[in-house]
Design a binder for this molecule. Sequence first.
Ligand code: PCD
Length: 795
Amino acid sequence: MSDADGADSNDDGSSGAFGAAIERGEDVPLLTGDGQYTDDISLPGTTHLAIRRSDHAHARLESVDTSAAEAMDGVVAVFTGEDVVESGVPNTIPTAWDLPGLVQPQYRMLATDKVRHEGTAVAAVVAETPHAAHDALERISVEYEPLEHVTDPVEAVERDVPPVHDEAEDNVAFDFELGDSDATDEAFADADRVTSVDLRQPRIIPNAMEPRAALADWEETTEKLRLWMTSQNPHLHRMLLSAGTLGLPENRIQVIAPEVGGGFGSKIYHYPDEAVTAWCSMQLGRPVKWQATRSESYLTDCHGRDHVTTGEIALDDDGTIRGVRVETHAGLGAQLSQFGTATPSYLYATILSGQYAIPAIHCRVVGAFTNTTPVDAYRGAGRAEGIYVIERLVDVGARELEMDPAELRRRNLIQPDEFPFETAAALVYDSGEYERAMDVALEHVDYDELRERQDELREEGRYLGIGVANFVESAGLSPSGLAGDLGAQAGGWESSIVRFDSTGSVTILAGTADQGQGHRTTYAQIAAEELGLSVDDIDVVEGDTDRIPQGMGTYGSRSASVGGGSIARGAREVREKARRIAAHQLETPVDDLEFEDGEFHVTGAPDRSLHIQTIAHEAYLGHDLPEGMDPGLEETNFYDPENFTYPFGTHVAVVEVEPETGEIEIERYVAVDDCGEIINPMIVEGQVHGGIAQGIGAALYEGAAYDDEGHLETRRMDEYAVPHSTQLPEFETDSTVTPSPHNPIGVKGVGESATIAATPTMVSAVVDALEPFDVDHLDMPITPESVWRATEGDR
Ligand code: PCD
């Protein structure tokens, strides 16, 4: 990727901002301790909330006795689920995505009838100090009548167990289908060969650096709630909290997401805990703060994935893919989270065509309630699971045909002149040059030579594995109308304000909400480019619903394309207003003005010019504006894209596997990503690095485990294996650029790409290494033990 040497490419810093590897302006305050996270904020008289959670996976709640806890020193109040019910608030945690036939059971802030997973919130203690609150938790006595539990999505549906919710007797929340099943059956009947793979994608736990937190301040006199929280989408949280949970109009709620230390999908969800924090403050008229402990995060942050799948692929002998059929049981956990319904359905089934022209696809997904932590988005959400299935299928297909897996991929790629390409899984891909990215990746590793080396090493009893995966991703869900047709309870647009002030500096108010991605830098780059300014002239504000009127937030790799698209459109409108003012004051027709480096000048007369910052001053003076023009220089923009953007790429991993010990050594990791026009190559490279680490984590190390009692076994950092930097190789990254034709700045998302790609790449590499042992597939995480077991008979 281009060198990350810091500064603007132009001396005056006035243009060329878009595309430059500018250092992240936000890093200095963040790294020197000036960043303000939710827990850093304190208000006079703040009380502290701790939440009593069930240690049963599934049990009837018999009684909750809070009297001993209430009597403790420093305890202000103890609340149960009944108290919340009695307060008369709507008390529901709504899902943001409806599906046909969806069972939507009651979901309350604090449990009243049953606990449905370990960690269910049962009671809330508010005390003068965090310690007093946590101490008091133990003095609450809760009586349970334990029920049989189920943690596996297939068992939940097929075994005779007491249902998680009475409303869904068979634990089926939805039974979703996509694609043409008749056409797919025909393709399978006609094809030369059919092969299949059974696979599991285990639950993974997000592990954001900052555990969730909230600080609520209910002001009785104004009846206004201020809520600071670790949110990826403050406006969405405001919306979901208002009517469904607390019964307040939106204008009585201010949600502020200050610095947020990582989200990875886990801070989209409108959890009960933050809502309880707000409700407690409303009861007490005092500020209430809740800060999750790390173990609480493992137990209650939404988990990701949890799929049990059978995939089938129909192929002709020449390698043509004729059809794909997939059946998945998706574990939803004990409750419907925000996007827990959309993720395994629309975000998953629609991407099963991958980069390939597959004429027939059919997918069925059974969404199952289980006695586990609710599942929601985790980096790559839905698309990661889908690409994993198609890439594993292509690999097993290649084995079946005895064809090189890269070759089989190449033969089925959608060609550049076929875009926009409508897949058999209902998406219209915007643009792509798949073969180009694939070539770049294969050249990096010298693929043919590598295959020869693999053969030679095998003779010596050494097992080199080469994994190749292609991915495409639907990023930035839109347009809103389509999202609505599919069941979304929110739009796919984004909104921003581009505002000059009278001194010529610019503030961008954006409806997205950064958790580390670097929006303050990249958004400034977009506006600087459009307005001919330096990034230093531009401030970016996110994460406060009172300062930024509307927004949808940051998830689904949407901020650069949808948020950035909105900023570019707003900046262009501002520029055009400035142009009209310039034309008026320079007494020249608008069309005679050229715009360069922030300056409007009359064509052929460069000395007759006005700088946009001077015009800003004029716009606020209002003394000399064109007839009928309102003063001021700012625009509010709503941008509702006509389609998703479709980033893509090819990743290659080279591993050596030692069957005797099961050890997997990653020799090389090459990532070629295409995210359209690149705003900041250094930030994009960082996104790719982080994404690869998480993808490799899922492939080799991570996985939530429940014991026989339905207790989470992986509930601490030393029990849940995220990869350490020493376990990862130096990543080699490169990019191709295929602009999105419909995005105002040609960009596509990148935040989730590498996670989507890295998981199938790694699994492919390890399985490839074990080809001599006839291993066609291994489930994640591929641990030394699983390698050792898979090769046992043949060693
Ligand atoms: N970019 C550029 N260029 C391009 C694209 C992009 O430059 N072409 C850049 C931007 O601007 C930013 C970044 O890069 O800064 C990213 O982007 P995007 O793709 O648009 O995305 P966003 O929206 O911003 O974000 C989101 C993502 C997600 S989704 C996730 S998971 C993850 C990622 O992001 N998370 C995170 N990454 C990250 N990082 C960090 N640091 N942290 C975090 O947390 Mo989900 O749905 O939620 O599951």
